[in-house]
Design a protein around this ligand. Structure first.
Ligand code: AMP
Length: 509
């Protein structure tokens, strides 16, 4: 089944339901969105050299055209390659070359730099400004029939965030996207025309993926006029649009919770706040729960098994009376419906409850491989199981607690130290805003623990106070040997802390 049939179904059942807004302005109802998509599909297929199965890429900030293009591309039998708008032009060029993109759409803020890069790197992709007359001409083309798509046909290349090297294109098929859509109703919410989804996080990532289950049931998609994340604006949109759901990276939630606007925000109007993609520390989660109430839903996943492998439901967040409530909050929850999850040793043997090993998973949602990268595919996909590179442990009830990525584990004097555990403790200090713990080479111990600490604005934090917290809460050998105070942690465009860069700072210091 072509995933584009989801929009067709909605346009048929709910033609007059609002489909897409930009800030306060309604751009399309479902009848209009569908008409736009099928015309645009015609325009795409009329572009010279474009054939079924080709990839089209988006170097775009969140915009109504993004949503139009996603559905038009699928209708036209094409595969989309959404790229994070914050990437460097060189990174865009790398991705375009890596998957042989013939046409790339860009928002006006990005076209010039990208055009220059494509020229100098000799990349032949055609660049189209999504607000240009050329785009409008494509969108007024004669409609075409929906192209057939086999379940295993690539529909979305999800480029990994590249924290460990060059980004790789996780190939998600029409089957993956359909399975992802259906699982939403099993594990998150039933959706209808009285819902809305606000895209304050990049459409190229989780927010865009979760627009599918919403569009399939006629929910109103809202692109903030700022095209990004602005807490004041998001609070205003929550006020305006009913039953809003939105995705946040943990840093976004923390910013909202610490923003003065939270005091008057009508959080009771929110349906669901997703968070995930990076660790949510227990202290921050507790503040978020106090601010948002039982509307939080956590997912742990990867672009390779999108939105997500495990989850902590809203009900679990509200189950304060459970004897292991805190432990569950600090976990990444249980397996999503239809996803098998195991913890294994290096040989792929199952480990008992409580032991730490690599998380592997298998499901219809999981990618079929990395685009044009058989070596990386063979390493990650073995007998149908995806090796995530994340370390974790199960408790007796099947709750998964994430440790760290295998490459981030610190080995000091032969003992494994999971940075996350030390970070959780340091964050209990009231004047610490953010923290990241990494290993530094040590001639005797192999590695030693170093903590980068960002104090809250205007506050100072002392080593002895942090030491005392560690001594109270964790084994002595896990205590950082040095605290380095900095103004900001280096992060990639999805807000993930770049531990590699912190380690480089240590070696070049
Ligand atoms: P990406 O494919 O860019 O979404 O990155 C996936 C990686 O982000 C995972 O392999 C984890 O290391 C990390 N991650 C995702 N979700 C969570 C979560 N809920 N808690 C902690 N780390 C997470």
């Amino acid at each position: 089944m072509n995933i584009a049939s989801l929009l067709h179904g909605t346009a048929r059942c709910f033609p007059d339901a609002p489909a897409l807004s930009f800030g306060d302005v309604l751009v399309h109802r479902y009848r209009g969105l569908q008409e736009r998509a099928v015309r645009l599909a015609g325009g795409l297929r009329a572009l010279p050299g474009i054939a079924a199965g080709d990839r089209i890429a988006f170097a775009m900030k969140n915009a109504p055209e993004y949503v139009e293009l996603m559905w038009a591309a699928w209708h036209a039998g094409l595969c989309i390659v959404p790229m994070n708008a914050k990437l460097h032009p060189k990174e865009f060029a790398y991705i375009l070359q890596n998957c042989g993109v013939k046409v790339c759409f860009a928002t006006p803020d990005l076209t010039e730099a990208l055009a220059e890069e494509l020229r100098s790197a000799d990349v032949s992709a055609r660049l189209i400004d999504s607000e240009s007359a050329e785009y409008r001409t494509l969108a007024s083309h004669a409609p075409i029939e929906m192209q057939p798509a086999l379940p295993e046909q690539p529909a979305w290349l999800f480029y990994t965030s590249g924290t460990t090297g060059r980004p790789k294109g996780a190939t998600l098929t029409h089957r993956s996207l359909l399975a992802m859509t259906l699982r939403y109703y099993a594990d998150v919410d039933a959706v209808g025309t009285s819902d809305s989804m606000i895209h304050a996080a990049p459409l190229s990532h989780a927010s865009g993926l979760y627009s599918l289950p919403h569009i399939a049931k006629g929910s109103h998609q809202v692109i903030p006029a700022s095209q990004g994340f602005d807490p004041d604006e998001l609070f205003a949109l929550i006020d305006r649009y009913d039953n809003a759901t939105f995705f946040t990276a943990p840093t976004m939630i923390t910013r909202m919770v610490n923003h003065p606007g939270i005091r008057n925000a009508r959080v009771e109007r929110i349906r669901t706040v997703f968070y995930g993609g990076a660790p949510m520390y227990l202290e921050n989660l507790k503040s978020a729960l106090a601010a948002f109430g039982p509307r939080l839903w956590q997912g742990y996943g990867q672009g390779e098994t999108p939105n997500t492998i495990t989850y902590v439901s809203k009900a679990l967040h509200a189950d304060t009376g459970h004897p292991r409530y805190e432990q569950r909050l600090a976990s990444v929850g249980v397996a999503r419906t239809g996803v098998e999850v195991r913890i294994v040793d290096d040989e792929g043997r199952d480990l008992p409850v409580g032991e730490i090993g690599e998380i592997i998973c298998r499901s219809d949602v999981t990618m079929i491989g990395y685009w044009n990268n058989p070596e990386a595919t063979a390493k990650s996909l073995r007998d149908g199981w995806l090796w995530t590179g994340d370390m974790g442990t199960f408790d007796e009830d099947g709750f998964l607690t994430l440790k760290d990525r295998s490459k981030d584990v610190i080995i000091s004097g032969g003992s494994n130290i999971y940075p996350r555990e030390v970070e959780e403790v340091l964050l209990q200090h009231p004047d610490v805003l953010e923290v990241s713990v990494v290993g530094r080479h040590h001639p005797d111990w192999g590695e030693e623990v170093i903590a980068f600490v960002v104090p809250k604005p205007g506050r100072t934090v002392r080593d002895d106070a942090l030491d005392a917290l560690c001594l109270e809460n964790i084994a002595r050998f896990k205590r950082p040997k040095q605290y380095l105070y900095i103004d900001e942690l280096p992060k990639n465009s999805y807000g993930k802390v770049l531990k590699t860069e912190l380690r480089t700072r240590l070696t070049s210091a």
